[in-house]
Every structure is written in C-alpha cells, then in structure tokens.
Design a protein around this ligand. Sequence first.
Ligand code: MF3
Ligand code: CO
Length: 258
Amino acid sequence: MIILKTERDLKAMRPACMVAATVLEEVAAFVKPGISTREIDQFAAERIKGYGAKSAFLGYRKYPCHICISVNEEVVHGLANDRRVDFGDIISLDVGVYYNGFVGDNARTIAVGGCNVAAQQLMDVAERGLYDGIAQAVAGNRILDISRAIQVYVESNGYSVVREFVGHGVGRKVHEEPQVPNFVDGKSSPKLRPGMTLAIEPMINAGRAEVTVRNDGWTVVTRDGSLSAHFEHTVLITDSEPEILTCREKTQLKSKAL
Ligand code: MF3
Ligand code: CO
C-alpha cells in the first residue's frame, strides 16, 4: 500500500527533509584529504544530534553506522572505518534522519579535494540522471517514467545502472512502497498521485552494472572494481511540479536543473 501524505504530515516531513539536507551539506564540507571515514561518521552523528534528530540508518537491519560512506568502487552502504580518504577519491555520502516522526533521505557523491575528469563526468551523469528522473515525478505519470528517464540518460552516456538496489517510498519509515527502480523492469508500475513521497536514487557505475557485497555483510562494491556514484533526493508528487523536499535552498526543479 502506498501511503499518501496529508498537508499535516508534510508540515512534519518537510523539516525532517531539511535536516537531512543540511546535515549532508555540512558533512560534505567536512570531508578533507586525510580524514578517516570513522571521523566523518562521528561528525555526522554530532550534527544529527545537534538538530535533535536521529539517524534513520543506525540499527536499521543492524546497520552499525550513522550515515553510509562509500568510497570509489563502493556503491552504497559503505561502513565507516579507519580508512583515510585521499585527494582524488570520490566519496558517496548517504544521510537519512528521523525528525518529527518522519524520515528525510538524501545522498550525493563528492570528490575529496578534487578528482580526474573521468570521475567528475561519472558524478555529473549520476546527478543529472537524478534530475531527469525527478522531472518525470508528476501526477499521472507512472514510476516507470522516472525509471526510464534515468536509465536512458545514464546508458546513453556510456555508464551502467545498478539493478540490485532501487529507490523507494519514504515517510514515517525509511522504506515504504513503492520501489523506484532506476531501470525499466517490465513489472507493473504504480501511477503517481499527489501526496506520494519518493526517494529517487540512481546508483551508476563507470564499468559494468554488476555489484557484490563485501564480507562485512554491508558494503556494496562494483564487481569489476570500477568507480560508482550515487545521488538521492526525497521528492513530493504535487498537483503541479515535483517538490524536492531535500533541496535546501527550496529551489524548484526549473532553476536547479543542470
Ligand atoms: N538511502 C539508503 C536506502 O534508501 C540507505 C539505507 S542504508 C541502511 O536504502 F543502512 F539503512 F540500510
Ligand atoms: Co534511500
């Protein structure tokens, strides 16, 4: 069952998404060459607490960290540890918080200090793919219109779309119905209605689409060792344009489109 949010729900959920977006921005600004992923996770924990929020990931299916930190060939669900990030690494930060009884969920991949052109292009295509997907997040369309827009853009740029992990409905829980794949899968696809809140989150690889999970039971990595990027927003379906709830500037799609 897909839970439609009322105006009252949204009064609580908008601030939750704003906290998630703000923490993500603060964590991104904190990342510097030489810092360990554990230090990044600790900083995120402090910021989340500072807003009176809670990590939506810590303890979820026994996930042991406050945010997901995935470096280079790590796709998603990376675990904080003693690894120090270097100039030229790319690092995916996924921040989900509980606040006011609702979840805000968002992610982005950034370069540590700077990176080469290939890595920058991969990140650009992942982010642009997310916005192409969001542009289809309008009432009357189906989920697959979002999925198709992302897949077409990503694959036409020579990158591949991860299949094993998908976007999702989000609200009082991190994962609600429906699933939001980043590719067309031929399954039945729900119609979009005002009040739906979706976490749209393309994960794309520079090489092949296949992924595997490390022995730690969490960290998803590309099978071929190629770089991976991940961007995510929580988006509200409205009567008109989609509202990006995790966009801090409250900039709407038009001005945010790349
Ligand atoms: N944004 C990710 C998702 O929607 C984060 C979940 S990580 C987990 O699935 F650790 F909580 F599983
Ligand atoms: Co998510």
